[in-house]
Design a protein around this ligand. Structure first.
Ligand SMILES: Cc1cc2nc3c(=O)[nH]c(=O)nc-3n(C[C@H](O)[C@H](O)[C@H](O)COP(=O)(O)O)c2cc1C
Length: 176
């Protein structure tokens, strides 16, 4: 495969969130032929209202998904669940199947994170994304593993490297 397009979605809108630090590492481990686009407009997506016509930010979101060979989601857990802005964006895709057959890497980076991580896997399965244990990672105690906006814990970096590698393999050899 020549160029691989990856869409990165941060579940936290905070610019200096731990998810951004994790996303930066995921990207760093991708090979040179990877084009990464970060979805920066999560906060622009209006509350899902079931309307048949998508508002412009939703059309933009779906277009970004369409252009991606695979998607990376890095997110914290908020209030024992998926952050509202991320959940809302995904709700818009339920009826239109935009994630169907898309390989997705999911990294939950949080204080604990188990419940949000599990809930997000259910959602992604429900919308037909391809999830794989090799591209699904929970990083608890994330604050202790980051310093000055960078992931510094060596074993966490190894695990993130594995997620990046397996996601690219999944795109290059989809039937494996
Ligand atoms: C509104 C809010 C709710 C939170 N709820 C949880 C939670 O339920 N479980 C958890 O592990 N961490 C929770 N946290 C802590 C985050 O996991 C922690 O801030 C972590 O460092 C990631 O957040 P960040 O990506 O915004 O930096 C919460 C943080 C906020 C701001």
């Amino acid at each position: 495969m020549s160029a691989i397009n990856i869409l990165g979605i941060n579940g936290s809108i905070r610019s200096n969130s731990s998810s951004h630090a994790v996303m930066n590492e995921v990207i760093r481990y991708f090979p040179d032929n990877t084009n990464v686009t970060l979805f920066e407009r999560l906060a622009d997506i209006p509350a899902f209202d079931g309307s048949e016509t998508d508002p412009e930010p939703v059309r933009y979101f779906k277009d970004q998904i369409k252009q991606a060979h695979a998607i990376v989601i890095c997110t914290p857990e908020y209030a024992f669940g998926v952050p509202g802005a991320l959940k809302n964006a995904l709700d818009w895709t339920v009826g239109t199947g935009d994630f169907f057959n898309k390989p997705v890497a999911l990294i939950t980076a949080s204080s604990q994170g188990e419940k949000g991580h599990e809930a997000l896997q259910h959602i992604l399965m429900a919308i037909g994304a391809i999830l794989d244990p090799a591209t699904t990672l929970l990083v608890s105690f994330i604050r202790a593993k980051t310093k000055e906006g960078k992931v510094v814990d060596a074993s966490t970096l190894d695990l993130i490297n594995g997620v990046s590698r397996h996601l690219i393999e999944r795109v290059e050899k989809p039937s494996d």
